[in-house]
Design a protein around this ligand. Sequence first.
Ligand code: 5GP
Ligand code: ZN
Length: 114
Amino acid sequence: MENCLFCKIIAGEIPSTVEYEDEYIYAFKDINPVAPVHTLVVPKKHICCLDGLCDEDEALMGKVMLGIKKVASKYEECKDGYRVINNCGENGGQTVMHLHFHIIGGTKLDEKLI
Ligand code: 5GP
Ligand code: ZN
């Protein structure tokens, strides 16, 4: 999609530090890490957010979730656990409107909202 930052990153038009890539997903380091591991996992298909999912994305979302596990398993720092975060929409604090999941780890995450 035109003018989508993460679509441009997926296309290689904007540089990123790629951590994993396959037919369905792209994983890259967050530019502003909040923890020793902070990687974003995105579907290659442009979907604005969780609310933008439709029934035909069911299988793709399985690939995304398994991809998150695969990416996290690459990090020694995540062997004792990690957190996966999705911010959805304005009230959820989403700033880039291309569905993405944050993998955060490498430290004990103390601030728990839930
Ligand atoms: P959100 O706030 O939408 O859940 O997360 C967007 C994330 O994208 C933020 O953590 C932010 O640091 C990251 N980000 C924004 N622009 C770029 C960029 O150009 N490159 C990379 N690698 N990450 C970015
Ligand atoms: Zn996009």
